[in-house]
Design a protein around this ligand. Sequence first.
Ligand code: MRU
Length: 343
Amino acid sequence: MLVNGKHYRTVWVDNGEVRMIEQNRLPFSFEVFQAKSLEETCRAIRDMVVRGAGAIGATAGFAMAQHFLNPSGRTAEEAADMVRGTRPTAQNLFYAVDRVCRAAENSSQPQKAALEASQAIADEDAEACRLIGMHAGSLVAGRPRVMTHCNAGWLAFVDWGSALSPVYMAVRDGAKPFVYVSETGPRGQGARLTAWELQQERVEHAVIADNASGFFLNKGEVDVIITGADRIARNGDTANKIGTYMKAVLAKELGIPFYIAAPTSTIDFRCGSATDIPIEFRGEEEVLWKAGVNEEGVPGKILVAAPGSHAKNPAFDVTPAKYITGIITEMGIFKPGEIAGLK
Ligand code: MRU
């Protein structure tokens, strides 16, 4: 997608270095982060320099390629465990680690095989997201009012995005959607990243407080909700950014279609249902402190809770399949109950 007129992917590999858009600095400054080793790439995933299921998956694949290109004394399994230990919920990360390891193990040229497999994962992610947009562009044709949550745009993938890909496709076909962007506390991926992406693509939108979603849904101001997914279980139960579940329940109550958009690499066929999906808990400082820039544009953090109070910070929740109208994948749009058949 374009940044100030130049095409970028979210993450790519160049001469053994993994390069990625520094998402902790957006939208206030646009920087490219360079991770020279497996360790640096793992740290970038953990610290959310790169985030979003597809982008994490591609980065994890490149991290494994770095292991094979520059062996550090670790076995492949030790390196794989290191990558798997960075973030627990996004299925794409586990998919990528397993695929790159398998490619290297089954080849007489493990370095070449690992690099090719990691590049294929990134390319397939971009193509799957493009197809998601093609399949679902009609859901947002005309002048629809769309609500989304968190960032499931191109920054969360290698290119195009999942939930926002239909919006971008529809705009190219002349649609004029309006997007309600819920801010997505505590880290603000909606307010910071989705709003920035929509600006770059010149899509009309408004950032709303997370707790204003019900207000707009109840007033009949939203035609469709589309969010991404971090892991989808066999029965269609879907983990996504914390706050997704309450939107889905409200949508069902109000008769508003609620779609999940994700490539099939986000489906974990080993997970039967919600209870099998591991949910990441992050540090309490993300809730107690807010990062941003002041009126002069100087970055900093401020305390936004009563000094001394503690916080709980689940990063994801699970929306049961019964609240999901459809799951948009690169293979088409499916009912949650049809997901198991995609294996
Ligand atoms: O914690 P993050 O920012 O890595 O969370 C992932 C997400 O961006 C969302 O849950 C998103 O909706 C699905 S990932 C495309």
